[in-house]
Design a protein around this ligand. Structure first.
Ligand SMILES: [Zn+2]
Ligand SMILES: [Zn+2]
Length: 248
C-alpha cells in the first residue's frame, strides 16, 4: 500500500526536533509523498509546559508559507496539548487558522486522573470543532474508555491516530499495540476515520509508517477509512471539517 500523506511531523520550532520546514518538505518529496502536515508542539501552560515550544504567534502567521512546494501540499498545523479538564493550549484565534490540528496527551502537560476522568476530558476534546485528530491515544499510563470515545468521534467526524513514534521508543507508551488494536476495531465498527502519522522529529523518518501498516493489516482495517491513502481525500476531509465552523 502506498500512502500519499504524512499527517504528523515536527520541525525545529518544536524545540526538540531538528529540521526546517524546507528540509521536511524535501524529505517528503524524496519519498514520493503528495501531502505533508507540519504539526509543531504548542507550549503548554504554567506548571505544565512543553519546554522550547513556540507561543501562539508562531501558529498565527502561517499565511506567509506557500502550501505547494516541490510537488508536496503542505498542511500547516499544530499538535496541541490536551490539558486536564479537556481544554487545549492554543487560542481560538490560532486554532481557527490551522490547516490541521492534532490534540494529544503528553505527560508534561497532563496528569493522569484515572480512566473515568481521562475519558471525560477526551470526550470534551473530541467535541472541540477545531480538533481534527486525536494523537496517539494509545498509552495505558493514561487509560481511556475507547468505546465511548470512538462512539463520540463517529458523531463529530474526529479522526483517531496511529502513531509510529509509539514503536520507536519502547519505553514511551504502555500497551500501545494492544490499545491501537482495540480502538481500530471500534473505528471499524463505528466508521471512524484514522490517520497514520510518523511523528517525525528528524527528516529521515518522514513518511515512515511500517508498524502502523502492520497494525492496520492485523486489524483488517478498511482502507477507505485511512485518510493517508490519498492526499486529495485527506485535504478534502479537513476542508469539509473546517467549513463547518467557518460557516457557524
Ligand atoms: Zn505527541
Ligand atoms: Zn508529535
Amino acid at each position: 500500500m502506498h500512502y500519499e500523506a504524512d499527517t504528523h511531523t515536527h520541525t525545529l520550532a518544536s524545540g526538540h526536533a531538528y529540521n526546517t520546514i524546507m528540509e521536511m518538505v524535501q524529505a517528503a518529496a524524496a519519498k514520493g509523498l503528495k501531502a505533508l502536515a507540519i504539526t509543531d508542539h504548542t507550549k503548554g501552560v504554567p506548571g505544565h509546559e512543553m519546554k522550547g515550544a513556540p507561543g501562539d504567534i508562531y501558529f498565527r502567521n502561517f499565511v506567509v508559507i506557500p502550501r505547494d512546494i516541490n510537488g508536496v501540499h503542505l498542511l500547516m498545523g499544530a499538535e496541541v496539548n490536551i490539558l486536564n479538564g479537556g481544554s487545549v493550549d492554543l487560542s481560538e484565534r490560532a486554532l481557527r487558522q490551522q490547516d490541521i490540528v492534532i490534540a494529544s496527551i503528553h505527560k508534561q502537560c497532563y496528569d493522569d486522573e484515572g480512566l473515568e476522568t481521562n475519558t471525560q476530558a477526551l470526550l470534551k476534546v473530541i467535541e472541540n470543532p477545531y480538533v481534527d485528530i486525536i494523537g496517539h491515544p494509545d498509552d495505558s499510563n493514561t487509560p481511556l474508555d475507547y468505546e465511548r470515545l470512538v462512539a463520540k468521534a463517529a458523531e463529530t467526524g474526529t479522526i483517531f491516530e496511529l502513531n509510529e513514534n509509539s514503536y520507536r521508543d519502547p519505553g514511551l507508551r504502555k500497551n500501545c499495540k494492544e490499545n491501537q488494536l482495540t480502538y481500530l476495531a471500534l473505528c471499524k465498527k463505528f466508521g471512524v476515520p484514522v490517520t497514520i502519522g510518523s511523528d517525525a522529529h528528524f527528516m529521515d523518518v518522514v513518511g515512515q509508517h511500517e508498524h502502523n501498516e502492520v497494525i492496520l493489516k492485523e486489524a483488517d482495517f478498511p482502507m477507505e477509512l485511512v485518510m493517508n491513502t490519498s492526499a486529495e481525500k485527506l485535504i478534502n476531509y479537513l476542508k469539509a471539517r473546517k467549513a463547518r465552523f467557518l460557516q457557524a
